[in-house]
Design a protein around this ligand. Structure first.
Ligand SMILES: CC(C)(COP(=O)(O)OP(=O)(O)OC[C@H]1O[C@@H](n2cnc3c(N)ncnc32)[C@H](O)[C@@H]1OP(=O)(O)O)[C@@H](O)C(=O)NCCC(=O)NCCS
Length: 394
């Protein structure tokens, strides 16, 4: 056999990062980047955040319509039952929480969920009835805040809090994390935050979830892939880093120099820029309003810093329109509501889990595996493979 040394890479036929490439049809929601608008099914997501509860938006994600009062209560009752952990998992959580020198809440969550998937015998999506898939999705979404809050408290040697099982998610979450009864304004702020972050187009974690689901694998495998993707600083891992930025700046008049130093060092300003929005991120606008309604020095400082960062980035990156994204004000609002910094991205995960699951169930109805191609740019193949010299191999 002769060596083929003629391999050449085919030219790329899609943009880097698949930006703007349509890869599926979805009825779950859409993001209109130039308008600064996004919606869940037929409703503006921002209006839902202003006028409805997280459970209403969750019901919408599951059924395509908003619930009646009785249906909302019914969902909460089901969620309350699904929040109960199997004793075998409860027994494992202290070891998961204490693993490593630092606390990695999303790594801990995916470890715990992997166990739960095996424990609950979650079946492959391929071939399982839609009702079973929907039940697995509800179970995973219901249990996510329970696991994250327990893991956080165990890690920090704080007593585990067991709120009433069928409390609405925002209330359950704030009690389970902070150990205190939340202020009603904080409750409303976090509820609106959760609604506004359920879904946001074909972002990297949603695409990952759908790719895993497209193979017919089980729902827990798909959410674990999504959690891993979400943990990155360019995606869900930015709100605490955005707040770290505010700490570094210290005072608004230092912002321009700080931005210049970061950008000239090749770094990105966390909480700014977006893959799709070329105008203000509507979630940042919503959260800035919420932050202002809660009041205090931090939000006023953040508003001043935002103006300075946007102006600085316009100067340094004139070819790109860079505005504050959801993460910038998410960190501020969560801090105002008493959520510890290490739990910012986990709070985002509580809501995004509902979006991932909606996408996984939608993908499961489509029997086509996602399998793109890559342009090979390595060495041309050499044939034959050189002999190893080991006697049992020819
Ligand atoms: C969100 C994000 C990943 C989108 O990236 P993207 O659309 O792929 O943007 P690109 O990587 O194509 O960047 C385009 C240009 O804008 C610059 N840019 C984008 N976001 C920037 C930021 N936050 N700070 C500084 N420069 C930024 C890039 O450096 C690049 O400049 P160059 O052309 O001179 O190299 C990006 O804006 C970012 O890293 N933001 C910070 C992290 C963050 O807040 N993530 C949460 C997103 S909700």
């Amino acid at each position: 056999m002769t060596a083929d040394t003629t391999a050449t890479a085919a030219p790329l036929t899609v943009p880097a990062g698949l930006a703007g490439v349509l890869v599926a049809e979805t009825a779950i929601g859409d993001v209109r980047g130039t308008e600064g608008f996004y919606h869940y099914g037929p409703y503006s997501a921002i209006e839902l955040a202003q006028r409805r509860t997280f459970e209403d938006a969750w019901f919408l994600m599951r059924t395509g319509r908003l619930p009646s009062a009785a249906e909302r209560t019914g969902l909460l009752e089901q969620v309350g039952r699904f929040r109960e952990l199997p004793p075998a998992l409860t027994a494992l959580l202290p070891a998961i929480a204490k693993a490593g020198n630092d606390f990695h809440p999303l790594a801990a969550l995916r470890t715990a969920l992997s166990f739960l998937g095996a424990h609950d015998d979650v079946p492959p999506l391929w071939g399982s009835p839609p009702a079973d898939r929907a039940a697995a999705a509800l179970r995973v979404c219901a249990v996510t805040p329970v696991l994250l809050a327990r893991l956080y408290r165990l890690r920090n040697d704080l007593p585990v809090v067991e709120p009433e099982p069928d409390l609405p998610t925002a209330d359950y979450w704030l009690r389970a994390v902070t150990g205190a009864v939340p202020d009603p304004d904080h409750l409303r702020a976090i509820d609106a935050y959760l609604v506004s972050t359920i879904d946001h187009g074909f972002n990297a974690s949603t695409f990952t979830a759908r790719t895993v689901a497209s193979s017919g694998a089980d729902l827990v495998s798909a959410v674990c892939g999504a959690i891993g993707t979400f943990s990155g600083p360019l995606h869900g891992g930015a709100p605490d880093r955005a707040l770290d930025g505010l700490d570094e700046i210290g005072s608004p008049d230092r912002t321009r120099d700080w931005v210049r130093a970061k950008v000239s060092a090749g770094e990105r300003i966390m909480g700014f820029g977006h893959a799709v929005y070329r105008t203000a991120d509507p979630r940042a606008v919503l959260l800035r309003e919420i932050g202002r309604s809660l009041g205090g020095e931090l939000i006023e400082f953040a508003v001043d810093v935002e103006k300075e960062v946007v102006a600085g980035l316009a100067e340094l990156k004139p070819d790109r329109e860079l505005y504050a994204n959801v993460e910038f004000y998410a960190g501020v609002v969560m801090q105002q509501c008493g959520i510890p910094r290490s739990m910012f991205t986990p709070t985002f995960t509580v809501s995004r889990m509902v979006g991932w699951c909606a996408h996984i169930l939608e993908q499961a109805a489509d029997r086509k595996i996602i399998r793109p191609s890559a342009a090979y740019v390595g060495e041309p193949p050499k044939r034959p493979v050189p002999a190893s010299g080991m006697s049992h191999l020819r």
